[in-house]
Design a binder for this molecule. Structure first.
Ligand code: DQA
Length: 158
């Protein structure tokens, strides 16, 4: 079974207790469990990785490139946390593994929050962006990955 990789960046290990007004009460373990369950229903095995370290996320993206080239991986859903707004290195990592598709996902609507959250270094390198749907956004991003890169009408000749 092909895989989808769910990556979470800094502080997302605190989901469930961290600023619940922004991020809700669902824990990262819950998110990973419902992504895996959803993967089963849409025919993909789901791998999950969270790190508070930029370099660890970059290493995992490089590793994912080998999985992608081997035909084992459809793509990545990443919530880069605050690295979204700071990390050119993450941007370069995603560009560096093209055409591996990466969907950027944010639980909160970053555009309705502080100005420093309005800019993303990841967005220009992402195949799609899901913002502001709460933790359901991870599932929407998984579906988006499949719709865009497997089932898309745009990729099929009429
Ligand atoms: C976040 C939004 C970021 O601005 C913030 O730093 C996070 C979480 C979100 O999921 O809404 O850590 O990516």
């Amino acid at each position: 079974m092909k895989k989808i990789l769910i990556l979470n960046g800094p502080n997302l290990n605190l989901l469930g207790t961290r600023e619940p007004a922004q991020y809700g009460y669902t824990t990262l373990a819950d998110v990973e469990a419902f992504c895996k369950a959803h993967g089963q229903t849409i025919g993909y095995e789901v791998e999950c990785f969270q790190s508070n370290w930029e370099g660890a996320l970059i290493d995992r993206i490089h590793e994912a490139s080998s999985q992608y080239k081997a035909g084992e991986l459809l793509g990545i859903v990443i919530n880069p946390g605050a690295l979204t707004h700071t990390s050119i290195a993450l941007h370069d990592a995603i560009k560096g593994v093209e055409p591996l598709p990466v969907i950027e996902c944010h639980i909160s609507n970053v555009h309705a929050r502080e100005a420093f959250r309005h800019h993303s270094w990841v967005s220009p390198a992402a195949a799609g962006i899901v913002v502001g749907f709460g933790v359901d956004g991870y599932l929407i991003a998984m579906d988006g990955l499949v719709r865009k890169f497997v089932n898309s009408a745009a990729t099929k000749k009429p």
